[in-house]
Design a protein around this ligand. Sequence first.
Ligand code: GCU
Length: 654
Amino acid sequence: MFETRDLCWLTKEVQSPGISTWYIDHSKDSPFLTTMEREMPLLFEGISYSNKPEASIVFSIIEETALNQDGYRIEQATQGYEVVSNSHEGLLFGMFGLYRLLLTGDDVTFPYQSVPDQNIRMVNHWDNFDGSIERGYAGSSIFYDQNTFRGDMELIGQYARLLASVGLNAISINNVNVHKLESFFIKEESLKEIKKIVEIFSSYGIKTFLSINFAAPMIVGNLTTADPLSLEVETWWKEVIGEIYRIIPNFGGFLVKADSEGEPGPFTYGRNHDEGANMLAKAIKPFGGLVIWRCFVYDCTQDWRDRNLDRARAAYDIFKDLDGRFEDNAILQIKNGPIDFQIREPVSPLFGSMKKTNHILEFQITQEYTGHQKDVCYLIPMWKEVLDFDTKYDGKSLVKSAVRKNSPNQSNSGIAAVVNVGMDRNWTGNKLAQANLYGYGRLIWNNELSSQEIAEEWTKLTFDLEKPHLDKICSILTTSRDTYEDYTCPLSVGFMCRPSLHYGPDVDGYEYDKWGTYHYADRDGVGRDRTIATGTGYTKQYSKERCEEYDCISTCPDELLLFFHHVLYTHVLHSGKTVIQHIYDTHFQGVERVLEYQVIWDGLKEFIEEEAYENVKERLIQQEKHAVNWRDQVNTYFYRKSGIPDEKGRRIFD
Ligand code: GCU
């Protein structure tokens, strides 16, 4: 089955007459020799292994502190290239790095050195044992099918090479919402199957993790409690973990969603989250395992009448005071924003303020709130904004460095993201959504790459196109996040989407519900007041400088205004427009941009292979309908509320 899969950005072979053989020193010790023997001829046309150090490409282990754990350097040698690294993992990443450079790096200068900016570079699967994927938009799970392990190891091998080729080194393979059957993944019968998956990922330098159910001692172990401070529970976990490592010695560890959206957790027993995480961390420590503990904890049974409760505050309120109380193999995983992967949110106030706890930043590649991989939405610009955000603690502290520097054990820090792949032939449903997976890996390895550079790399590796055509695809990608924001989320009012589905407009869908995501639109104005004086006081969770900036209407950035303030429709933005006119303009503009994308794409018809062309064409037609629907519902809604007409006199339904 796997031959028919789209090879994404690994479709081309490097053709270079000078490159004919390769050699790896210390080859006998290399854990990845078999992997490289398989990969090299796929990546470099006509290349073969030679046991001579004067081969065209030589891989060597050296000792050089600056290259860190996974970094590598590529040097030009008389016979071709030499790739050097401290580790075999680094050589593997260097192999893919050389491939990429030779295909895309027109103006690259050697020696070329590349050291990852983040240590843990992970993807999280939200795959269920029945084959469904929570928030998946590219078919069913590549791992599971109808409550069995799918067992397509070639497919998993293809996936592992895709991940390793962009520098990823960790994966969790089941949903963070761990249902009944998946709770038993920690038992021998499943572990034997999981071991096969782990071996494949390991052969590409990728560590495998499982999401576990905090109540497993009861569900799986038949205990009467899952209290983390109960000796019985502790002993049970120790035994389970011992069994896991007996079967899978190179197992990565656990990912845990506790006390969140119906999942059990320490709060059930009046315990705190450090107590829950540490119990597991201590038990797994002797085996070198990690416990990744999510901070996505909030009250999802809120009364919309209660204006004091603010979901945005939850993670900081719960975790900030626990800073410094976690074991050094426990890691907190923090979503990029305080609510839930909206197209526009401020950065979570935990970044910069947590200084004594290992942490991981969590992004979402799967397009839950960002178009379901029907609408094109290249997410790199959004992630870059988060990484480059200055939390303004201690003068200057950017998120990308705070994640590492504020983690006491820096090897236990990094970035994770909910991934967007499934059984669809092209992995991601929308062909253009491949750019998000590619770009995620590239960006978290090298935080300095620009959105434009990543888009150019991806298009060059993916399509056989000349420059002007490549630029056109890049122009769609790099503007698509703004476009999606234009028609769905004016001035950071999120959650106007259809409840549960999270696709399509429903302005009041969440307004009188329990989820804590309200826009409070009335006849005069819109937005959530999160200021200190009159609102929920959320602004106080930021550094002094950021707090002052957000708390004051006149300094709050336009794009975040309605997240922090309730303002009149006639309020004038820094842009010079009123809030209501901004809403109208962006919604008309969003649709116009989608129409422009269609024209650009149509113009590429004769240059792109048919399957990819049709795949995107079909989705752009759907995106247009979607954008029109958003435009008309949102504009009509706010026109009816405010009674203020569009100053440009365009058609708004009444
Ligand atoms: C969102 C999403 C859920 C998911 C949750 C999480 O709320 O809609 O499907 O389980 O995030 O991150 O755990």
